[in-house]
Each structure stands twice: as C-alpha cells, then as structure tokens.
Design a protein around this ligand. Structure first.
Ligand SMILES: [Zn+2]
Ligand SMILES: [Zn+2]
Length: 338
C-alpha cells in the first residue's frame, strides 16, 4: 500500500523539533512546529499550505520570519494554527515590520491564523499583504473532537496539553486509504481519469451503494458513456484500507491527564513523533522544566499501540552520549524496562 503522506523530521534530534509532511500525489506539504527550519530548501517551504504550532517558545516559532519572507510573493494562502493567544502573537510578528511597499506586489499573499482558544472553538483572523497585513478578524469556527482541519482526504486533530503553558499535540489522519486496481479497470474496459477522484470522494462520504457514477470518455472509436453503481465500482476497482495516521507530541510535562490525552490522540498511529528531552535518571529536572523523559515517551508510545516511535527534541546536555535517549525510549517502547 503506497502511503500518501511522507513525514520527516527537519533537523537531527538535538535540533529544533519540526516535522515536514510531504504529500506524494500533490504539490503541497504540512509542517508541525515552526522553529529553525534552515535545512529545508525554499521549494519545500513554498509547498506548505498549513503549519501547526504546538506553542510559541522560540524553538517552536522562530522560523515564522523565514517562512513569511519566502512566501511573500506567492499566490496561495498559508494557514497557521496554534494555542490560545496565537492569533495575537502572529499579529505582533507581522506588525514588527514596515510594509509600505507591499501593496504593489503582483500577488496578495494571505495568512490565516487560527487558535484553539477553548475546546471546540477556533478563533481566526486573516492578514493580507495588500492591506499591509492589518488584522481582519474572521468568524469563530466551531469544531468537534478537536478537528481543526477537515479536508477531503484527511483531518488534523489537536489536543491541548500542559507544558506549564498550553501546548498543542496534533494527529494527521487520512480518512480512508483508497487505491485503484488499474488491471481491473482494463478488464472492465474502463478508462482512468477524473471520474476516479469523484468515485473516491463518494466512497469517503459514505454515499449509498446505489449511487450512480457516470463515466464519460472518448477514444478513436468515439464518445462513450457508462453508468455504474457506486457499490459495484467500490468492490470491483478499489482497494479500501484504513488510512495512515501520524501523531506529533512535544513540550509536555508528564502527569496522568497529559498521559491520558496523548495516548488517546496517538492510539494506533503508524508513526508517533514525540519529545524525549531528558534521560529518566534526570526525571526531576524534566518535571521542573515541564518536559518528558525518553522513558516516559516510550511508555506512552507503547500504551498507544503505535507502530513506530520517532523520539525528538533531545537536550544538548546528552550530546556526548547521542544514542542514550533513543535507546531509553526504544527500551520502554518495547516493554524492556522496569
Ligand atoms: Zn521545545
Ligand atoms: Zn516549550
């Protein structure tokens, strides 16, 4: 099964924790967190459509200027999501510059910032280049089950965790993984084409089996049209499987309520990116700085039943024992710990 998302940490685990999610079949990408992203080439940054920021400590938000500067001339809007207070912080970032010349730009680059101000409510504002990034408040958006973004193929869910301040963790979930059996199309004498996208959309929406799907195409013999039932086409030409799930959890203190929320968010994920800042021998230090130890991260991954654990955000105090944090997280993940 070919996955549609390709998630990759931007830096080595001692660097700022960011995860870049490339889409294999579309020219777009998502980013979790916005710290130092200098290793990312400009073409990859220009592909970003949505950025999800856990909280605004500098190691998670200082890349904002870098992205803004590159995106200034582009047409496509950029959406940013963050914790309570985030919209105001984006406004402050933008108001720190002089924008007297931007009204002459050929494009009207637009930022849309959203904050999860309370469970179930997204507060939003728009900032347009042509109006010198003056804040325009948009209507609040009601959300359910923490779903901050709901697109045709996937959702992104956010949950608020405690890092002394609120810190958001995110899950990216593909709705249903649908593959087309090309050989079956040939057997049935059906063409490839845009109708397959429409078919997938109808399947994802859960439309009734009897829904007619009309397929039109032309070839050397002329114009053809066939109408087949959705249920039959789903059986005959589609492979249906559970979608891919990726979870991103950073900057969070260990306590029962955080643990419960992390496990619930990450349950059954294909990949869990999770901070593993301190060794467990320094658990007190971790708690006083509102971070996880590698062992705690590994245990959470195990409790959530994830397939793959990727530890991130290593403290530089362990730079002379670079494998220790990963080893400790892996041991707890595999259950090999007291
Ligand atoms: Zn951090
Ligand atoms: Zn932090």
């Amino acid at each position: 099964m070919t996955p549609i998302f390709h998630p990759q940490p931007v830096n080595d685990p001692f660097g700022d924790p960011l995860v870049y999610v490339d889409f294999l079949f579309e020219r777009r990408a998502l980013l979790f967190d916005l710290g130092d992203l200098t290793p990312l080439p400009a073409r990859k940054i220009l592909r970003l459509t949505h950025i999800f920021v856990s909280h605004t400590h500098m190691d998670h938000f200082s890349g904002f200027d870098h992205v803004l500067r590159l995106c200034l001339g582009r047409e496509r809007a950029l959406s940013l999501y963050g914790p309570p207070g985030f919209v105001g912080q984006v406004a402050h970032k933008l108001s720190a510059y002089s924008w007297n010349l931007v009204q002459n730009y050929p494009t009207d680059f637009t930022l849309i910032a959203s904050e999860l101000c309370e469970p179930g409510v997204l507060k939003r504002a728009r900032f347009r280049c042509r109006t010198r990034f003056t804040r325009e408040d948009l209507e609040d958006q009601a959300i359910t089950d923490g779903v901050v973004l709901d697109e045709e193929d996937f959702i992104v869910r956010a949950v608020q965790l405690d890092h002394d301040i609120p810190s958001l963790a995110f899950a990216l979930e593909e709705k249903l993984h649908l593959n087309v059996w090309k050989n079956r199309l040939v057997e049935l004498g059906l063409p490839t084409g845009p109708w397959l996208r429409a078919l997938k959309r109808s399947v994802r929406r859960g439309e009734p089996d009897a829904t007619p799907i009309t397929i039109r195409w032309h070839d050397h013999a002329g114009v053809h049209e066939r109408t087949l039932a959705l249920g039959q086409l789903r059986e005959d030409v589609l492979q249906v499987a559970p979608g891919q799930k990726i979870t991103y959890v950073v900057d969070v203190v260990y306590h029962d309520e955080n643990a419960r929320r992390i496990v619930e968010l990450a349950r059954g994920a294909d990949t869990l990116f999770i901070e593993s800042v301190f060794l467990h021998r320094d658990a007190e230090r971790a708690a006083s700085r509102f971070h996880l130890t590698a062992q705690q991260a590994g245990r959470l991954a195990r409790a959530a039943g994830v397939a793959r654990l990727v530890p991130l955000h290593f403290s530089p105090r362990y730079s002379d024992e670079p494998d220790a944090l990963r080893d400790e997280a892996e041991a707890a993940f595999s259950g090999d710990t007291q």
